[in-house]
Write a protein that binds this ligand. Structure first.
Ligand code: AMP
Ligand code: SF4
Length: 474
């Protein structure tokens, strides 16, 4: 029997850690709160106090997982935390919640990881053959085992030895009783920043927006391939892996990161607005009366579009911000109920208008189809869908949740076929060149594989079969 499942490949996550602060767990809680958009299915914090590791991990949003009295139990001046989203209910499995915490021959250790290992399954099989017993389906546990098995002298050296055996994406936090280590994979696929908090404390975060909430000062981005060790000896930095060309995930700018974050020195909101402006230049809508974003993800790009096109920007679709994870559906079917409970088109704005509708991406196409129909039902004369990214033709293997290739609408449909499917009057995407123009002109330094198929590192093509065969064994 095996516990490997589909969620193994699709983890979206955020990590946050605080070193040397009397309120470490409280600050991590707040940090995770600000990183909630990076994962909503489970949250966890591990602190260390006098060599004792204390953990609280649970299913749901950060605010649901932690109560004050539970946070108070997470004592200590060091803590790391994690928020996670996984596609197939994997985090309902309590063993799949992070941070992981284990006892090793060298003492306790905790680890939180955002990313995916492309050789995770192979490494797991190798380790299992050597006798390792896995508790979860997470890649992170592979790194934990490799670190525990290392015979190197220091914690940092053991972690580096472990990381040098894996390939993939990671923004990783590892903690023992004395130090917190932040590491970013050699391509820098996933973001990670370093900050200062309080008199002597340090903080690691997936995004800068979480630093602002706890009044931490931004120090710098952790560099691709860098390992930053914070210990009683101060802060040390290493580049122990062979250097690679930087390939930051470009999708962080399009959709994933919070607009108030800066990633590798570039403000996410500003880049989305630039993307929207470029989209308007490439794909104008001469008959349009106004520009409406699909909230919230389409808002900055729609603003940019409206600005460049000289059109009014209107919030013609309103989002209900209080939608919980579940709701009781009516007995009789209401059309588009699932979307309507979250988004509602305002006929007062839309009636009789030629509308440009801006969203960030089309994945399966189901959301766009429902929203186009909703806008038309609110009285739009025409609906012109503009997407602020190129067509998503390829799955991501590096930590962003995308379905398999055959479920990606753009992998098997032309733009015209997608237009027909979404029922829009016209449909256009940002070009790859246009996307590059909005970052640095050339696109070099970024991963854009989900749009271009140009994967920065090989991924095991046989993995999906491997998974299936493993699943059939169960
Ligand atoms: P779909 O209905 O499958 O085409 O989904 C498209 C919608 O999902 C867009 O409105 C995006 O904002 C959103 N989206 C795109 N990528 C992701 C992702 N990796 N995780 C969650 N939502 C996403
Ligand atoms: Fe980001 Fe796409 Fe590359 Fe995945 S494939 S890391 S989503 S750019």
């Amino acid at each position: 029997m095996t516990i490997l499942s589909d969620d193994h490949f699709h983890d979206e996550c955020g990590v946050f850690g605080v070193y040397d602060n009397p309120e470490a767990s409280n600050l991590v809680y707040l940090g995770l709160y600000a990183l909630q958009h990076r994962g909503q299915e489970s949250a966890g914090i591990v602190s260390v106090d006098e060599r004792i590791f204390l953990a609280n991990r649970g299913h749901g949003l950060v605010a649901d997982v932690f109560r004050q009295h539970e946070l108070d139990l997470l004592k200590g001046r060091q803590a790391i935390g994690h928020v996670r989203y996984s596609t197939s209910g994997g985090s309902l499995n309590a063993r799949n919640r992070q941070p992981l915490v284990v006892d090793t021959a060298h003492g306790g250790m905790a680890m939180a990881h955002n990313g995916n290992l492309v050789n995770g399954v192979e490494m797991r099989r190798l380790l299992e053959r050597r006798g390792s017993i896995f508790q979860s389906t997470m890649d992170t546990e592979v790194i934990v085992h490799l670190t525990a098995l290392s015979r190197r002298k220091t914690f940092a050296e053991r972690l580096v030895e472990a990381l040098s055996q894996v390939q993939g994406s990671y923004a990783l936090l590892a903690m023992n009783e004395q130090c917190i280590i932040g590491a970013r994979d050699p391509y820098g696929l996933r973001p990670l920043v370093l900050g200062r908090v309080g008199k002597s404390g340090y903080v690691f975060s997936s995004e800068t927006c979480a630093l602002n909430l706890i009044d931490a000062e931004f120090v710098r981005d952790v560099e691709p391939g860098e390992v930053v060790v914070i210990s009683p000896d101060g802060i040390e930095s290493f580049f122990p892996f062979p250097r690679k060309d930087r390939r930051l995930c470009i999708f962080e700018y399009i959709y994933f990161a919070r607009p108030d974050s800066n990633i590798d020195g570039v403000n996410v909101y500003a880049s989305r607005k630039r993307i929207g402006m470029r989209l308007a230049q490439e794909n104008p809508v001469p008959e349009a009366d106004l520009v409406i974003p699909v909230p919230d993800s389409g808002v900055p790009a729609a603003l940019g579009f409206a600005l460049a096109a000289g059109l009014p920007f209107e919030l013609g679709i309103i989002r209900n911000h209080y939608v919980g994870r579940t709701f009781i559906e009516p007995q009789q079917s209401i059309r588009h109920f699932g979307v309507k409970i979250k988004l509602n088109a305002n006929p007062h704005i839309i009636q009789g208008k030629h509308v440009v509708l801006v969203d960030d991406s089309i994945v399966r196409g189901t959301t766009s189809r429902k929203i186009v129909k909703m806008v038309r039902a609110a009285g739009a004369k025409s609906v012109h869908l503009r997407i602020s990214s190129p067509p998503t033709t390829n799955p991501c293997y590096y930590g962003i949740d995308t379905p398999s290739r055959d479920e990606l609408l753009a992998s098997s449909h032309s733009v015209e076929e997608m237009r027909i499917y979404t029922t829009a009057d016209s449909l256009a995407f940002l070009s790859l060149e246009g996307l590059y123009a909005t970052v640095n002109g050339t696109g070099s330094g970024y991963c854009d594989a989900c749009f271009s198929g140009n994967y920065p590192m090989p991924f095991p093509r046989h993995d999906e079969n491997l998974q299936l065969s493993l699943l059939q064994e169960t």
